[in-house]
Every structure is written in C-alpha cells, then in structure tokens.
Design a protein around this ligand. Structure first.
Ligand code: OFO
Length: 178
C-alpha cells in the first residue's frame, strides 16, 4: 500500500527541516572555522553530515513507500552569533523544535493507522533524545567554562575527535554498508 498523501507531504516538510538543520550547522561550522576553533568546526561539520543523512533517510522512505519526494526552498541560516554558548543555545533550542516536528509526524502516522511510518519514525524519536542531550551537554560545559580559554581549547580538542555516524554515506547513497 503506498503512503498516504498527508503523510507523504508531512515527511516532505520534514526533509526540508532536516536539510535546513544541515545548512544551519554548516553555517555554524564556518563561524567556528573563522575563529580557528577546529574542534567545534569539526563537530558542526559532522552534524551537517548527520542532518543530511536524516533528510536522506526520509527521502529513501518516501520512495520505498511508493511516494514522491518534492523538495522545497531552503531558508537562509543565521551567519553570526555573539558568543560560543549563544551558538549552542541555538543548537539546543533548534533540536527541541525538531523533536516537536518529529512528534507531530508520529501523531499523523497514528491518526492514519500508518504503522509502517510510525515504526520508521521511532528511529527519529530515539535520535532526537541523543541530539538534545548532546547539545545540552556542550551548552552546559560552555556555560561553566565561560571566559576560561584553556578550558575552551580543551573542549575544542575533544570535539576534534568526533567522526560522522557510519551510516551517513550508505544512507545518502541508499546502498548497504559495504
Ligand atoms: Fe535531524 O536532528 Fe538535528 O535537527
């Protein structure tokens, strides 16, 4: 049974929201890059890749269900922030907002008795718990170390070691993990 049009349209909106998230984090990456905070910049690049993966996972799902992906314009992200914790305040708020969007999608799936979509969307429900927790953790640390450049550089070094999730490339290409 192909996907209901209401569910398809709502997922298409979510694809747009995920690509916007990717764009926002790439913009943040560039902001950190200019400040030579390569760890923060790397963390944001990984986030950019993972958001692209989130979008493509939805994209693949719509196709698998016999639907049609229709891409919409992507809004321009902010380009300037007034502080390091200001950036992560926005990340935390943005992820809380995305969680609400995912919850709305689950509500639509339930209303339509679309169990396949509901089951698929549970991955995003779990993922948002992690997304919010990570953003909150970094924000808390930034608030604690405010003004302490040594602590800031220690955190930057830590964030340098982040690598994107293994599923990024197979999901974007819609190919099994080799
Ligand atoms: Fe796609 O989780 Fe963040 O926005």
């Amino acid at each position: 049974m192909s996907i209901d049009k209401e569910m398809q349209d709502a997922i298409n909106e979510q694809i747009n929201a995920e690509i916007y998230s990717a764009y926002l984090y790439l913009s943040m990456s560039s902001w950190f890059e200019e400040k030579n905070l390569v760890g923060f910049s790397n963390w944001m690049r990984c986030q950019y890749l993972e958001e692209t993966m989130h979008a493509m996972k939805l994209y693949n799902f719509v196709n698998e269900r016999g639907g049609r992906v229709v891409l919409k314009p992507i809004a321009g992200p902010e380009t300037e922030w007034d502080s390091f914790d200001g950036v992560f305040t926005q990340v935390a708020e943005h992820e809380a907002f995305v969680t609400k969007l995912i919850n709305k999608l689950v509500a639509i799936a339930r209303k339509l008795d679309d169990y396949a979509s509901e089951s698929f969307l549970m991955w995003y429900v779990d993922e948002q718990v992690e997304e919010e927790a990570t953003a909150d953790e970094i924000l808390t640390r930034l608030r604690m170390i405010k003004g302490d450049n040594n602590a800031l550089y220690t955190l930057d070094t830590e964030l340098k070691s982040r690598i994107p999730a293994l599923a990024v490339l197979p999901t974007i290409l819609d190919q099994p993990i080799a």
